[in-house]
Ligand binder design. Structure first.
Ligand SMILES: *Cc1c(COP(=O)(O)O)cnc(C)c1O
Length: 363
């Protein structure tokens, strides 16, 4: 079977770093092999560096980004807890659903799709509902290309309310400082800016979050995502819980190595620079950027197509004739917008040039 070689410029997965592709050809190891455990420990160390944290509880959850989201909510929330969630796109909406299914009462702080959430509104909601156990917000809303600012929420550290951040599309793409911004729980996914295939969800928990989990009265509803049980394997006890996806962890180890070798700051500026180039080139061609200036993600650009262009047909021709994948719009933007990703190894000037060349030929 031969699959086509795609340029993956959708909202994920992105093209893997070459080091990641090479890692997949390594021999498979068992999940309790001392050589594998060394790779696992090093992977957690590398995650700490990329998350910018010293949190001991930092590890890859088996599953995609949504499993990271679910792991955070099921471990931190007990039935009856109140949580405040910022909603300005698909992933804020998904958080509400996951929180609700964990038994939480959800207070929504909404902004229009395509607009950022004013962090002060989240803080005001917390003042009005001081019993809230946590405030959750998506850093990079992949459904609209909007960045929500997290740093002003660090004042939650002075309250009993934890700060939970979705960094699925932000980790290793734009600046993120878990410790510096007072983030208590943070989850990501491997297939966006980390440049690794989908399958793992890196997570990290502060001392406050660990304390919250250890003082629960109700057991964690999910056996698979129970961090106490997972911690017994990833931590020093090395007790079998589930078979760790060893091949994927070796691949993540390699992806993090590529990011750290280049330097996290350099990786951020590479994403920024290609994103800006793409965005101004699209404006020149009559496309309208959806996210406002100042809250526009470089790694995920959402644009409305010029009137008269059939987005579905054009997107299909990009794929069929140039093997370039871009994503369609979601929600109110379905049928009228594209979501163009420049994440991880895909975030290169040569890929922007290929995309623009193909687009110009088709137009
Ligand atoms: C992709 C994404 C998710 C979900 O991750 P999956 O890997 O699709 O499960 C969650 N949040 C954001 C912001 C995302 O971009």
């Amino acid at each position: 079977m031969t699959l086509p070689d795609r340029l993956l410029m959708g909202p994920g997965p992105s093209n893997p770093y070459p080091e990641v592709v090479a890692a997949f050809s390594q021999p498979l190891l068992g999940h309790l092999d001392p050589e594998f455990l060394r790779v696992l420990d090093e992977t957690c160390d590398r995650l700490r560096r990329v998350f910018s944290t010293t949190n001991p509880l930092t590890l890859p959850i088996s599953g995609t980004g949504s499993a990271g989201m679910e792991a955070c909510f099921v471990n931190l929330v007990e039935p009856g807890d109140t949580v405040i969630i910022g909603v300005n796109g698909v992933f804020g909406e998904r958080m509400c659903e996951v929180a609700r299914r964990s038994g939480a009462t959800v207070v929504r702080v909404e902004a229009e799709w395509g607009q950022r959430i004013d962090p002060q509104r989240l803080l005001d909601a917390r003042s009005q509902t001081p019993v809230a156990r946590l405030v959750a917000v998506v850093h990079a809303e992949t459904s609209t290309g909007v960045e929500n600012s997290i740093e002003p929420l660090r004042v939650l550290q002075d309250t009993d309310t934890l700060l939970l951040v979705d960094a699925v599309t932000s980790l290793a793409g734009i600046p993120l400082e878990v410790d510096g911004w007072g983030i208590d729980a943070c989850y990501s996914g491997t297939q966006k800016c980390l440049g690794v295939p989908p399958g793992l969800a890196p997570v990290t928990f502060s001392a406050r979050a660990v304390e919250r989990i250890s003082t629960r009265t109700a057991p964690v509803q999910s056996w698979y995502l129970d961090l106490g049980l997972i911690g017994d394997y990833v931590g020093s006890a090395r007790k079998y819980h589930h078979t760790a996806p060893t091949g994927m962890i070796v691949a993540l180890h390699a992806g993090l190595g590529a990011v750290l070798d280049e330097g996290v700051d350099t990786v951020w500026s590479r994403h920024r620079s290609v994103g800006i180039t793409l965005q101004s080139a699209l404006v020149d061609r009559g496309f309208a950027l959806i996210a406002p200036d100042g809250a526009r993600l470089p790694q995920l650009t959402s644009v409305q197509l010029p009137v008269g262009l059939d987005e579905g047909a054009l997107r299909r021709r990009l794929l069929d004739e140039y093997s370039i994948e871009v994503g369609g719009g979601l929600g109110a933007f379905a049928g009228v917008a594209w979501r163009i990703g420049l994440m991880g190894h895909t975030a290169r000037a040569r890929n922007v040039a290929s995309f623009l060349g193909a687009l110009d030929n088709l137009l």
